[in-house]
Design a protein around this ligand. Structure first.
Ligand code: PAF
Length: 282
């Protein structure tokens, strides 16, 4: 497995691969890789001849006061995880090369970025779509894989690809969970042992909603109360949002159906975690 820092080198390897008829898969990441990332890589390997994983903590998607500086980084472990998941090339550019002085071009998806995480993290998705668009131009993937834990991010990226006619197939992959249900996330490493236990209120509340939905409850107000009840029992948990949205266009819904996604953002101590569940999915 090779590590490439230089943007021009990555671009030229990708162009040569394409000329030689190779299919390229890209798994964009910010590193601190876990089994959730590995599942994207394993799937990417099945779908392409050249599997590229980018590792880049993207400064433009962090707001003032957010955790850009403290975001966990561990390149040695990342290399181990990526290699055993079948990655051929790690693309790990320098921030100063991705965003040189006088950088001034951003990609912004308008409506889908307004609710949910976009409401409390202004500019976040603009940073995500900008860096993903840059990766698409540099790596020229035929297929790119993203986790469904970042449900809104996936919807926003699909919208960007459709709106800008980008020739990339976007694949969303299921959330990978710890044995006790906590959705895997690099930010879980911030949790103290006690907070780690409290953090289960996210997946537990989603399970409670799904159970009630399967028993026939369709009122969003009633389903939302189940989430609020479960999360309010945890003293260190503070809700950022609990939203019931249409799974494709993220419009708010009053009545749940199989396509409804329940999306949560909850602060456990100082750590903001997100999770979601599409009610029609097992
Ligand atoms: O999901 C992430 O890790 C990031 O938002 C992404 C897509 C790699 C862009 O920096």
């Amino acid at each position: 497995m090779k590590i490439i820092q230089c943007i021009d080198e990555m671009q030229s390897i990708a162009q040569t691969a394409r000329v030689n008829g190779k299919r390229i898969a890209l798994v964009p990441t910010m590193g601190y890789l876990h089994q959730g990332h590995a599942s994207l890589m394993v799937e990417g390997q099945k779908r392409a001849d050249l599997l590229v994983a980018s590792i880049f903590v993207n400064p433009t998607q962090f707001g003032v006061g957010e955790d850009f500086d403290s975001y966990p980084r561990d390149m040695e472990n990342d290399m181990r995880v990526a290699e055993s998941a079948g990655v051929d090339l790690i693309f790990a550019p320098r921030a100063a090369d991705m965003y040189p002085v006088d950088y001034q071009t951003y990609v912004n998806v308008e409506k889908l970025t307004l609710p949910l995480c976009g409401a409390n993290r202004p500019g976040h998705f603009r940073g995500v779509t900008t860096v993903v668009a840059k990766f698409f131009n540099i790596v020229s993937p035929h297929v790119a894989l993203f986790g469904q834990k970042d449900y809104q991010q996936l919807a926003v990226i699909r919208q960007m690809v459709a709106d800008l006619n980008m020739p990339v197939e976007v694949i969303g992959m299921p959330i990978v969970r710890e044995a006790d249900g906590l959705a895997m996330s690099s930010r879980n490493s911030y949790l103290s042992p006690a907070e780690r236990v409290s953090a289960l209120c996210l997946s537990n509340s989603l399970n409670a909603v799904r159970t009630a939905f399967c028993k026939g409850e369709r009122s969003v107000a009633a389903l939302k109360n189940l989430v609020l009840d479960t999360i309010s029992k945890e003293r260190c948990a503070a809700i950022d949002y609990v939203e019931f949205r249409h799974g494709l266009n993220l419009a708010a819904v009053d009545t749940a159906d199989e396509q409804t996604v329940v999306a949560l953002a909850v602060k456990i101590g100082k750590t903001r975690l997100i999770d979601n569940r599409v009610l029609g999915e097992e």
